[in-house]
Design a protein around this ligand. Structure first.
Ligand code: ADP
Ligand code: MG
Length: 399
C-alpha cells in the first residue's frame, strides 16, 4: 500500500502523543439504546491497543446513524462507550459529550485520560459538508490523525477527509490497512483462476462493479435478482421476478462482452410470492412461470457455482444469491458461502464485500472461514468499482 499506516510511525511520533482516531462505530442500537452488534467496535480494538502499547493516548471519534448536524439523543455514542468499556475493562474510558467545546479540549489534554470517546461527529454542523473550519477545530484535539474507519472512507467528510489535510502525520489504522490490502491485492494481483461472484437485488447498483471487474476476472458468476434482468435481455420469461426494465439493454451488452466469462444461473428456485415459500420449487431458467418469481438460484446452479469457486485461487463475493432472509431462498447463498470456506481451506484467497453478504456469512457462522470479510458495505463496493476512496486518498503517502 502506498499510504502510511500506524506501523510506519517512529516511536517518538507516538509516545506521549494524542492520537485522534476516526473509527467506524456506526453500530445498530435497539430501542433501549443497547448495542446489538459490536463487530465494528471489536474491529477497531487492534488499532486502539497498538497505540496504547506505544504510549500514545487515544481519542476516538465516529458517526452513528444520520442526525442532521445537531445533537439527537437517540444517536448518542454513549452506549457505544459503555460497550467499549466492557471490551477494554482495564482502561478507563472518558466520554466527552460536546466535541467542539472547552470540555473536549480539557479532557483530551488531561494526560490521565488514556482513551477518550468523543460524541457523534454528525452532531456537528460542517461534518457532512466537509467544512475546513470544523476539520481545523477537530485537529486541535490531537497530535496525529489515524483513520481506521474503512466503512466511511468513501465519504469526504470533515472527520474522514478534511482532517487528514489539517493534522499530520495522517495515517491508516490497522483495520483500514487490512481492508485495503485484502481488497486491493485481490483486485490488482490475483492468483488465478480469479472468480467474482455477484448477486443482490439490483443490477443498477452493481453495474460499475461488473464493468470494472469483468476485464480482470476469469469467471463472473451472477446470481440474485440481477440475474433476472440478464434473463430478460436474453429473451427469457421472468414472470414476477424483480427485473429492472431500464437496464435490460445494458445487460444485453454485458452478456455479449462477457462471453464465456459471464456465467448466469441454469435454473431458479421460484414461488408465487415470498409469503408462499412452502410452494418453492426449482425450474430451468427457460421455464420460469408467468405468475411466479425467482427468489434464489436453483440446485444445478449451486453445484456449478460451487465447482467454479472450489477451483479458484482468488474469489471476491458481493451480493447474496437469493432472498437469504427467507428460507428456503437462503440455499444458494449458503452454498456459495460454503464453497468459499472450502476454497479458503485449500489455500485460496477469499474476500467478501457488501453489507448483506457479510451479514449472510455471519448468520452462517463462517466469518473466520473466509480470508477477509469487509466491514465496509458501501466503501467496499466503491473500491470494487475501481473508485478512489477520499478518506484514503487524503492520508500521507509512504515515501
Ligand atoms: P450487499 O449488501 O451484499 O451488497 P445487496 O444490497 O446488493 O447486497 O442485495 C441484498 C438484497 O438482495 C437482499 O436483501 C436480498 O433479499 C435481495 N435479493 C437477492 N436475490 C433476490 C431475488 N432473486 N429477488 C429479490 N430480492 C433478492
Ligand atoms: Mg445491501
Amino acid at each position: 500500500m502506498n499510504k502510511k499506516t500506524v506501523r510506519d510511525l517512529r516511536p517518538d511520533e507516538l509516545r506521549g502523543k494524542r492520537a485522534l482516531v476516526r473509527v467506524d462505530f456506526n453500530v445498530p442500537l435497539d430501542e433501549k439504546g443497547n448495542v446489538m452488534d459490536d463487530t465494528r467496535i471489536t474491529a477497531a480494538l487492534p488499532t486502539v491497543k497498538f497505540l496504547l502499547e506505544r504510549g500514545a493516548r487515544v481519542i476516538l471519534m465516529s458517526h452513528l446513524g444520520r442526525p442532521k448536524g445537531k445533537p439527537e439523543s437517540k444517536y448518542s455514542l454513549e452506549p457505544v462507550g459503555r460497550r467499549l468499556q466492557q471490551l477494554m475493562p482495564g482502561v478507563p474510558i472518558c466520554f466527552v459529550e460536546s466535541t467542539d467545546s472547552d470540555e473536549a479540549q480539557k479532557c483530551t489534554r488531561d494526560a490521565k485520560n488514556q482513551v477518550v470517546l468523543l460524541e457523534n461527529t454528525r452532531f456537528l454542523g460542517g461534518e457532512e459538508s466537509n467544512d475546513p473550519r470544523l476539520a481545523r477545530a477537530l485537529a486541535e484535539l490531537g497530535d496525529l490523525y489515524v483513520n481506521d474507519a474503512f466503512g466511511s472512507a468513501h465519504r469526504a467528510h470533515a472527520s474522514t477527509e478534511g482532517l487528514a489535510h489539517q493534522l499530520h502525520p495522517a495515517v491508516a489504522g490497522l483495520l483500514m490497512e487490512a481492508e485495503l490490502r485484502y481488497l486491493g491485492e485481490a483486485l490488482s494481483q490475483p492468483k488465478r483462476p480469479f472468480v467474482a461472484v455477484l448477486g443482490g437485488a439490483k443490477i443498477s447498483g452493481k453495474i460499475d462493479v461488473i464493468e470494472n471487474m469483468l476485464p480482470k476476472v476469469d469467471r463472473m458468476l451472477i446470481g440474485g435478482a440481477m440475474a433476472c434482468t440478464f434473463f430478460k435481455a436474453m429473451g427469457l420469461e421472468t414472470g414476477k421476478s424483480l427485473v429492472e426494465n431500464d437496464r435490460v439493454d445494458m445487460a444485453r451488452t454485458l452478456v455479449k462482452r462477457g462471453g464465456e466469462k459471464l456465467v448466469l444461473p441454469d435454473d431458479a428456485l421460484v414461488a408465487p410470492s415470498l409469503e408462499s415459500a412452502s410452494a418453492a420449487h426449482a425450474v430451468k431458467r427457460d421455464a420460469i412461470p408467468k405468475d411466479q418469481a425467482m427468489f434464489d438460484i436453483g440446485p444445478v446452479t449451486c453445484a456449478r457455482f460451487q465447482r467454479e469457486i472450489e477451483a479458484a485461487k482468488t474469489v471476491i463475493w458481493n451480493g447474496p444469491m437469493g432472498v437469504f432472509e427467507t428460507p428456503p431462498f437462503d440455499a444458494g447463498t449458503a452454498a456459495v458461502a460454503k464453497a468459499l470456506a472450502s476454497a479458503t481451506k485449500r489455500g485460496a484467497t477469499t474476500v467478501v464485500g457488501g453489507g448483506d453478504s457479510a451479514a449472510a456469512v455471519a448468520q452462517l457462522g463462517l466469518e473466520s472461514a473466509m480470508t477477509h470479510v469487509s466491514t465496509g458495505g458501501g466503501a467496499s463496493l466503491e473500491f470494487l468499482e475501481g473508485k478512489t476512496l477520499p478518506g484514503v486518498a487524503a492520508l500521507d503517502d509512504r515515501n
